[in-house]
Design a protein around this ligand. Sequence first.
Ligand SMILES: [Fe+2]
Ligand SMILES: [Fe+2]
Length: 282
Amino acid sequence: MKIIHLSDTHIGHKGLGERFGMIVDDLTRRHPLNPANHLVVHTGDLIHRASADNRNEARALLDRLRGFGYPVLLCPGNHDYGDSLSVGAQAARDFQAAFGDYLFQDGQEGFPSLYLRGDCAFIGLDSSAAELRGPSRLLAEGFLGVAQLSRLNALLDSDQLLGKKIVIFLHHHPFSFGYSVSPDVGDGRLFFNLFAGLTRPFRRLKDAHSFARLVRDRARVLLFGHMHHGLDCSGEAMKYGIPLALDGGSSTCAEAGEDRMRYRIIDLRIMTRETRFLPLPG
Ligand SMILES: [Fe+2]
Ligand SMILES: [Fe+2]
């Protein structure tokens, strides 16, 4: 089984829907893969802002992938439930209503979601679940919550996962202190970079430590997005006994300064990955 990892497509923002369309073309026409042993995992921020127009555009693109034959698994990101500054309960309900068949493969609504395929178990989380109300909505840095973590613990202990290779996917980066890519000193964004650098240790998945402790030595693969850096975080994950941890970056290059699109294909049998590149339009 191989995973096509997509993330942070931010449909609705500056032509990124068109770019996602190019990725869909690549996967279905130009360089199609065998749907019998490939599935798509999208780790959230599917859309840029919670609106019906964006959801409809995104839905059509995911439908094209699924129509080709790929199973498509999805977890929600903060932009799916609001935007970069806050998330909201109504937007979360709207997103789950619009994409329930992608979020909940087993037909049971609620997170963790579960999809079993061969010797693999794919578990999706909602990393905004516990910050949909009150002041923690602001900045939308992610909060899995005690209830979801408790359900995850029980699921990992359940008989149906016995002997399965566990793949957990969520939107927000899961390590306690995250990681940072040091910006160019001479990029003219001194105050932004200072703010980002100084506040980063506090702006992170609020229960990252609890999550990492819970999945320690139990998950084989962690997939996530949110930071748009696209880094391989396996070094950090190895501290928790997890061999492979990948940040999908923004498949459509939502971040300025990228010069090509890319997505990874992860081979779960031999635990390796390759990257496909696509030129930006224009
Ligand atoms: Fe994002
Ligand atoms: Fe995000």
